[in-house]
Design a protein around this ligand. Structure first.
Ligand code: FES
Length: 276
């Protein structure tokens, strides 16, 4: 299947956004996914022609990043974080529950073409563990029960909102946004959630400020408890620690050598005993 004239024109448009057009490859591949539902051989060829690179170069990128799919994805890509923190907080259980409920394995799509289930790595949202992603929008603090409700709602066509973002669109629509074509939903929903802002609140309360990039030392916190804490070693400190540790290690070696010299070996002790 060949790409539509419109898609090809948009691929050219993306390439034109960058001083070096090959920098446009990642968003171009997202556009191919949006248009074709996956990375197709035709999409690879088109990107290669437009960027004047080889299809192998394009293929190498498309097969390296897990966000690029070589087989069709359902209307909703449902990712369950099973990285360390989410896994122990219930991510493994959620993933196992969804596999049973949807009757699919990892990276497989339901028979109705609605849901593709995949276990994903840390989404830097550990403060909301266990986390799921639907078309790369956050669904925070999930449980096996809420996860089942979520996929049932998606399959039924019920409008679902991300816990920290807009209403969920389809995977193809989300891929178009990742290609750099805004859908007008960026302002919808909350952005950073309360758990992510706790540190900022504490810093404001205590008058802490970000380190001045012009100075090498960290800004001194105003909190006496923190003042009492051991100082963070600088590179210079750790360098001198290293030298000191090395000097101590040298002393140990010297002492060990001295002890060895003073102590008779098994052989000389035996000879002495025989002489006695
Ligand atoms: S471990 Fe799941 S978001 Fe970090």
């Amino acid at each position: 299947m060949t790409l539509s004239t419109e898609t090809r024109a948009e691929l050219v448009e993306i390439a034109g956004r960058y001083p070096q057009k090959r920098s446009g490859l990642l968003p171009m591949l997202h556009l191919v996914q949006s248009s074709e539902g996956r990375i197709t051989p035709e999409g690879i060829t088109a990107c290669a022609e437009i960027l004047e690179i080889s299809p192998a170069d394009v293929s190498g990128v498309a097969t390296f990043y897990t966000m690029y799919k070589r087989k069709p994805v359902g209307d909703y890509h449902v990712g369950v974080c099973t990285n360390t923190l989410c896994a122990v907080m219930g991510g493994d259980e959620i993933f196992a529950t969804l596999k049973d409920h949807l009757d699919v394995g990892n990276d497989e799509t339901t028979d109705d073409g609605k849901i593709t289930l995949e276990h994903v790595e840390c989404n830097a949202a550990c403060d909301y563990a266990p986390v799921m992603m639907v078309n790369w929008e956050f669904m925070d603090n999930q449980t096996p029960e809420s996860a089942v409700r979520l996929v049932d709602d998606l399959r039924a066509g019920t409008e679902v909102h991300s816990t920290r973002g807009p209403r969920l669109c389809t995977w193809r629509e989300a891929e178009r946004v990742l290609a750099g074509f805004a859908d007008g939903l960026a302002g919808e929903g909350p952005s950073a959630g309360p758990s992510s802002l706790v540190g900022l609140g504490i810093a404001r309360e205590r008058g802490w400020t970000a380190p001045d990039p012009e100075q090498s030392d960290l800004a001194a916190p105003a909190d006496p408890e923190v003042d009492a804490a051991p100082a963070v070693p600088t590179d210079a400190d750790s360098g001198s620690d290293k030298h000191q540790a090395a000097a101590e290690a040298d002393d140990d070696v010297a002492e060990a050598a001295e002890v060895e010299q003073d102590s008779p070996t098994d052989e000389t002790a035996a000879e002495k005993k025989e002489a006695d």
